[in-house]
Design a protein around this ligand. Structure first.
Ligand code: LIP
Length: 267
């Protein structure tokens, strides 16, 4: 059994190291599209505000090809391409550009998010912000890092001790967001919505936000951030329950000291 675990650990580290290289290449490609965004054709997907362009699709292809060349039997779930079925226990979950609306409108709050699942558990996650050249990363059991610096969630005990990240979309009723903001502000809290759930999750792990809540988020937006918050000592909800991988779920993550206050406010 020890040998089997050891072999899986080695396989995860090899995949993490390859993903570090690939996400940087994808970041340069995304940045090039960002700097020439006036040439992009913007399309709207299923619901209002859910936009996409060739940049998302081509960056996702770069990531998948970069990983598939090294690990041809792995599976992939990308925001744009959906499932590419492999024949082993490794599944990559990819958002090529998270914060697409910001990206297409010339704002800097966007990133690339790559997570690896092994036997239905998140094994590692990478979130790269090419504008700040910050790589947020975590491997299960090995901590959370921003570039080479180890980071932890904030040591706070009140919603007043920092800023909450907030996400929402037209996939959910407006009331869920409005009620959350009303309660948070009335308890002396404050919020920011920068349009990228992945980046705000990375900020929770890095001790910049006290928590992040979104009534419904997709797996490709949040799996990398979830393991980062876990590895940084924070609290996370069971996002993957009830087929969260394919259907999405609410996400509630925070510094451990405000876990109860936050869940009481939301529930
Ligand atoms: C975005 C998420 C964000 C959510 C937005 C959008 P995208 O992902 O990161 O949390 O509030 O509606 O879904 O579409 O930019 O990849």
């Amino acid at each position: 059994m020890f040998l089997a675990h050891n072999l899986i650990d080695q396989a995860i580290v090899q995949r993490f190291e390859q993903a570090e290289k690939v996400i940087k290449v994808a970041g340069s490609q995304a940045l090039e599209y960002f700097r020439n965004r006036e040439k992009l054709v913007v399309e709207t997907k299923m619901e209002p505000q859910d936009v996409v362009s060739i940049a998302d699709r081509n960056v996702e292809i770069t990531i998948i090809e970069g990983l598939q060349t090294a690990f041809p039997h792995d599976s992939f779930l990308g925001e744009e391409q959906g499932i590419t079925q492999g024949d082993n226990q490794y599944l990559w979950v990819i958002d090529p550009i998270d914060g697409t609306a910001c990206f297409l409108n010339g704002m800097h709050s966007w990133c690339i998010s790559v997570a690896l699942m092994v036997n239905d558990k998140i094994a590692c996650g990478l979130i790269f912000d090419p504008n700040s050249n910050e790589l947020f990363s975590a491997v299960a059991g090995k901590g959370c890092f921003v570039n080479d610096k180890k980071v932890e969630t904030l040591n706070v005990n009140s919603l007043q001790d920092g800023v909450m990240g907030l996400g929402t979309s037209h996939r959910v009723p407006a009331e869920l967001c409005v009620h959350f903001v009303d309660k948070l502000l009335n308890q002396g809290g404050m919020f920011i919505r920068n349009g990228s759930g992945a980046l705000m999750l990375a900020y929770v792990a890095a001790g910049r936000l006290i928590g992040y809540y979104e009534p419904h988020i997709n797996s490709w937006d949040c799996l990398a951030g979830l393991i980062m918050v876990d590895e940084a000592g924070g609290s996370t909800n069971d996002f993957l329950s009830n087929d969260g991988l394919l259907k999405g779920n609410p996400i509630i993550v925070s510094a451990s000291g405000i876990k109860n206050s936050l869940s009481q406010m939301i529930n």
